[in-house]
Design a protein around this ligand. Structure first.
Ligand code: GLN
Length: 432
């Protein structure tokens, strides 16, 4: 059978192809001469499958799509507090190159606008890094997100540097407030090199998939940044990634995203996929016209909006039965699926309402494929309270979903590999 997704992507590309509105970025001379007809879309799953259609392997400069990734590097290298002290997380509702800083502190409002991105660049690498070492760290970090060694387009870099008056002005303003503490020209130069890194739509999809995959590159397996950093970056992308079009984007597409003036656009859907599109004509916000249409279509066709409410955790309790065993009757709660807070609450409610009177109670989680921390603690608390009521509690956990099964404070729990073992267990103590 032919794979389905590439055929679908090809069809979606065909849908936007006739739209020739917008213009390639004009303020960077090298970008103005880009082939405006280029069009590609790539989808990368969190387990490393990559589907593409159109111009997936054409290189172009990353531009502002570097911003969330370099922000991630700054957070990873310096820690949250020093970065938050210098760059805020409030959507500015302004254009990407707006000359705007918080009135009192001079702090850029967020790391997605240029002022914040220039500051984030200055915070990549260790505190005392030279400008050259810092750009080295940035290129190495972007490469780790992409899973291959990336390089700078020197022509685009030189071209942007020649007309970088606005970014230089921002740099000097940041220096005057003490947000930058060194020669602002060196920092802006580094930031422009960062924007001139060459990528393909395939690279960008993999970078987005790394964010969607909690910071682990799906192909290399490298943990590029930790989960707390990813959560911060995705939150800022969701609120600020599309500049003054962020609200429209959040309601219509609903995927944490970032655009770049060379025509790239990425979206990272937590736990599912990274998506990248490439088409150089831009709208008035500086976002790719056909890229925005592609994302609107992909989001609605595939139900990718993050605010789409998933089905309620209705079926976490698969069954609630009394089973005979060698040593008397046993109450068995068989649980299933992925358990998060709402599912755990259902389980607690079921146990409380059942008020089991059997001497032995089994919580069978052999059909549970994921359980988060709060749910784990809630299950252990159920076990603890049942113990205090005088019952023997068994957890059927063959996959070790609960690695440290200690209910604490007077609770006891016997962990077994299958239900039969629990039913026929001679009784406590025989804890694994
Ligand atoms: N290098 C570009 C600039 O600073 C990046 C802007 C963008 O992609 N939105 O102007």
């Amino acid at each position: 059978m032919r794979p389905i997704v590439p055929d679908y992507l090809t069809e979606v590309l065909r849908g936007v192809e006739p739209d020739v509105s917008g213009e390639p970025a004009g303020y960077i001379p090298e970008l103005a001469s880009a082939d405006p007809e280029r069009l590609g879309a790539v989808l990368a799953t969190v387990d490393g499958e990559v589907y593409g259609a159109g111009d997936c392997d054409v290189e172009f400069t990353i531009q502002s799509i570097s911003k969330p990734f370099v922000y991630a590097l700054a957070l990873a290298d310096r820690g949250f507090d020093p970065v938050l002290a210098k760059v805020g997380v409030e959507p500015s509702g302004e254009a990407f190159n707006e000359i705007s800083l918080e009135g009192d502190t001079g702090r850029p409002r967020n790391p997605m606008i240029n002022a914040g991105a220039i500051t984030a660049h200055s915070l990549a690498g260790p505190d005392n890094a030279t400008p050259a070492a810092r750009i080295g760290r940035v290129i190495q970090g972007l490469s780790a997100f992409a899973g291959r060694a990336l390089a700078v387009d020197e022509r685009v870099c030189a071209s942007e540097m020649e007309s970088a008056h606005r970014n230089l002005a921002l740099g000097h303003l940041l220096r005057s407030y003490g947000i930058l503490t060194e020669d602002p020209r060196a920092v802006v130069d580094g930031y422009i090199r960062q924007c001139s890194v060459l990528v393909t739509a395939r690279d960008l999809a993999m970078m987005a998939a790394t964010l969607a995959n909690r910071g682990v590159n799906p192909l290399s397996g490298e943990q590029v940044v930790d989960e707390a950093v990813v959560r911060q970056v995705l939150s800022v992308m969701a609120t600020c990634g599309m500049y003054d079009a962020a609200g429209d984007w959040a309601t219509q597409v609903g995927i944490p995203a970032k655009s770049g003036v060379a025509g790239g656009l990425i979206g990272a859907l937590p736990g599912q996929v990274g998506i990248a599109t490439f088409s150089p004509r831009l709208d008035a916000h500086g976002n790719s016209v056909r890229g925005v249409s592609l994302f609107e279509r992909l989001s609605s066709d595939m139900g990718l909006h993050v605010m789409e409410v998933p089905p309620a955790a209705r079926a976490v309790v698969r069954s609630n039965r009394i089973r005979p065993g060698a040593v008397g009757s046993t109450r068995v709660f068989r649980l299933q699926g992925g358990i998060r807070f709402a599912g755990a609450e259902k389980i607690v409610r079921e146990v409380v309402q059942t008020a089991p009177s059997e001497p032995r109670v089994v919580l069978d989680i052999s059909l549970v494929y994921s359980i988060d921390d709060v749910s784990r603690r809630m299950l252990l608390e159920v076990a603890r309270r049942l113990t205090l009521d005088g019952q023997e509690v068994y957890l059927v956990d063959p996959e070790v979903m609960v690695p440290d099964p200690d209910p604490g404070d007077g609770g006891r729990l016997a962990v077994v590999d299958d239900l039969e073992q629990a039913l026929n267990h001679p009784g406590w103590p025989a804890l694994r």
